[in-house]
Design a protein around this ligand. Sequence first.
Ligand SMILES: Cc1ncc(COP(=O)(O)O)c(C=O)c1O
Length: 538
Amino acid sequence: METGNQAGSPHGETGQTPPAGQAIGQGKDEAAGRPARAATRRPLRLVLPSAPPASGELSAADSLPDPVPSAQMTLVGQLTEWARMRIEERVFRPGMRMPSIRQLAQDKGISRFTVVEAYDRLVALGYLESRRGSGFFVRERGPSIGPGLGAGMPSEGATAPHASRNIDVPWLLRNMFHRAEPRKAPGLGFLPNDWLDGELIGSALRGLARQPGSHFLASGTPEGFLPLRQQLRTRLAELEIGAAPEQIVLTSGITQALDLIARLYVRPGDPVLVGDPAWFVMFARFAAQGAQVIGVPYTAEGPDLEALERIVQAHRPRLLVLNSVLHNPTGTSLSAAKAFQLLRLAEQYDFLVVEDDIYCDLCPPGHPATRLASLDQLKRVIYLGSFSKTLAANLRVGFVAARPELAQSLTDAKLLAGLATPEINERVLYKVLTEGHYRKHVERVRNRLERARDETRHALEKLGLTLFPGQHAGMYLWADTGRDTNAIATAGHEEGYLFAPGSLFSPSQLPSGWMRFNVACGHDPQMLDFLARQLDRL
Ligand SMILES: Cc1ncc(COP(=O)(O)O)c(C=O)c1O
């Protein structure tokens, strides 16, 4: 942005937080990277004529209330937030000229860089405009910027769940992204933040920041960062899946991998087989492609193969999508016997199998789990992996491993859909995987999951719920409540709870008595109380 560069604004870190109780104008002037002058050890006071003109200039000489005191915000953040609030409240009205950078910096004894940076942020948020040679002006704005931090900068604390007419897949997805408190969100599809290790990402990012900036400028390659693909090859070899780096394509999570597969292999009307139950987002993705999404009933050891054969004979699908290990939502895994028979059916009826192994690293040692890709060595199987569950959903790095010509077609489809995936994220993941702390981290998470599953299982059984049969591990328990779980989810929604009702996990979307519980959030006493009341009521 114009001003930042003109003023020589450092492109470095401005995110440090002043010590508790320190207000704007005190302490280190972080944008300049040096201590503020002694004269500035007082709260910053921006100034404005007491009765501001409808248009005109804000002066730095008149006193205004103090900016929002915050121990959590940087100096730039406080200045930005302070000005934003005044613009929202129309104390600074559209068309007014903001104090000049020099004047404001001088008056408050802060660095010009700090003011520039705050003004830049306000321009980016749509509150100010920069007029070349004339300075910064409060912008005429449409109604699009509402309360909160404005367009494009959602508040960290935004937790209001989405009201919706229907309990449907978009409803659950939207609500998951609204970060209900974990203790109130047994329906959550991720681990709560305090189960993960943000420092793994933080330290990788700091390491990257020390590398020359030119590394980050050019687009990544369409297949994705080669050292990461080489690293994934090693990890796949540990699962006895042979894949050369050319067979591995990095994607923006498994969600994008499925999107590319849908674009490549599915035409309107094509039958696509999925588990019933299974992860719901893919139903919607394949349906959007015009596919006929057909559910295959599930058993404790994987899909019901007799039913599968009947469905295959009747529909002749091109694809079967399967979450073979720690299946979402049942938490069970495919047995070796089923895996062999399933591949035999795929061979006989000539369909591809997409194996989604997102929960791979959460699988405890000794838990019986067979990967189709290790049996078939990527002939008919397209294998998908991701780090969204164990590292950070925010990273958006997943991958596809497939036969060379399929990997090539998927790369071409990826190019058309969005060129490359962000190499910066891929480099972060590469650092995390190679710096040696990831394994310990997932081991800790697995152990914690074991304990949490025991607690949640006991609590659910105590309420009279019946668990899906089989050997469970990972994040979920799938339980039959004997009631319409849409009704429980709706009532819960009104009280701020997020439940994941069974209907969403079936391509039929029919009302169901089943419910998915995230074991990390499944044993809060108040939530269990609420559930008990619903079970009594329904
Ligand atoms: C079975 C399954 N596959 C894929 C995903 C999404 O993966 P990603 O974040 O890598 O797109 C999820 C997330 O809930 C999932 O449960």
